[in-house]
Structure formats: structure tokens, C-alpha cells
Design a protein around this ligand. Structure first.
Ligand code: S3P
Length: 176
């Protein structure tokens, strides 16, 4: 079983993915961490030293690497991964994809604390975050919406979202 979690930065892909993988007794992989290990640079360093175009190129290479193995896993991709090239088609061809859908408000408040880790928003003043995220999310939603399933995460704990995801997956497996 291969499950891919997609969604905007700060939508809880890594924390929910870790819990879900635990419950399913399969590995959890974070694509950003995989890239960091392979490149021996942080995401910020890759953007600053080599640029976003380079990042998007290797992001696709490593996404393919991970998807094309025989392993079972829950994979959290980056917020931008589904929005470039054929990535979303690759994800849907090799896995069951789930969009973790969060409101602009909850994303903004989660990212306030962690924006320094994200090169695309690190420079944006906190008071401008909701406006930036609103526009960016609007552009990205058509890609996220190609996912097999979606779940709203607002005002839910990571534990509750993970249990709901288990139910979705069990129900869909029973149908096949
Ligand atoms: C990005 C999201 C980040 C990371 C990079 C670019 C994006 O991942 O891949 O900073 O384009 O939205 P997270 O969604 O895990 O923060």
C-alpha cells in the first residue's frame, strides 16, 4: 500500500503522515527530508545556493525514486510537489493520494512559527501571510484537487484526522 499526502505548507502532512504510518504499520517518508539527505543540504540551502528551478528538478527525480519502489509507505510530499510537471499524475498512478485541506486562517497561524524554514514564505511579514497564502492556495488547489480523496483538517487533532483517514482507506479497500 502506497499512500501520498498532499496539501499546502503547514497543512499537517508530516505529523498526520507519521501517525497514519504508525497505525498502518508501514514506513513514513517525508519527501523534503529525503531530498535533504540525498543532497546533504537543507531546503533553504538548496533554494538559496542552487535556486528553485534546480529544487523542482530534483524534487521530481526523488519523487519518482520513492514511488517506483516495491515498498509500502505513507509519503508526505512538499506543498509544491503536486503542482509541477507530471508529478500529480505520477502520484495518482503509483499511490492512493489524499489532500489534507486546511483553511487560509489555520494554515497562516501554523506557518507563523515555522515560516523561516520555508524559503517561499520566509521573507513575508506575518501580517501579509494570509493574503499571500490565499492567492497561492487558489493557484494550487486545482492540482491538490486531483487527489483520490480529500479531508478537511481544520479544528481537528492530528489523531482525529488520522483515524478518519484510516476509515476512508478501509472503506475504499473494501469496495475493491
Ligand atoms: C514548498 C513546500 C515545502 C518544501 C519547499 C517548497 C512549496 O514543503 O518542499 O519549501 O512549494 O510549497 P512543506 O509543504 O513540507 O513545507
Amino acid at each position: 500500500m502506497k499512500i501520498v499526502l498532499v496539501g499546502y505548507m503547514g497543512s499537517g502532512k508530516s505529523s498526520i503522515g507519521t501517525i497514519l504510518a504508525n497505525k498502518l504499520k508501514i514506513d513514513f517518508i517525508d519527501l523534503d527530508e529525503y531530498i535533504v539527505q540525498k543532497e546533504q543540504l537543507t531546503i533553504n540551502e538548496i533554494f538559496n545556493l542552487k535556486g528553485e528551478v534546480y529544487f523542482r528538478k530534483i524534487e521530481q527525480v526523488y519523487l519518482k525514486d520513492v514511488l517506483c519502489t516495491d515498498a509500502n509507505f505513507v509519503l508526505a510530499v512538499g506543498g509544491g510537489t503536486p503542482c509541477y510537471g507530471i508529478n500529480m499524475d505520477l502520484i495518482n498512478n503509483y499511490s492512493t493520494s489524499i489532500y489534507l485541506k486546511a483553511s487560509i486562517q489555520s494554515i497562516s497561524s501554523r506557518l507563523e512559527k515555522w515560516k523561516y524554514k520555508r524559503p517561499l514564505i520566509a521573507h513575508i511579514p506575518i501580517e501579509n501571510l494570509p493574503e499571500f497564502i490565499g492567492k497561492h492556495l487558489f493557484e494550487r488547489t486545482p492540482f491538490y484537487s486531483k487527489s483520490n480523496f480529500e479531508i478537511i483538517t481544520d479544528n481537528k487533532s492530528t489523531e482525529v484526522v488520522s483515524e478518519e483517514l484510516l476509515l476512508i482507506l478501509r472503506t475504499s479497500l473494501n469496495k475493491h
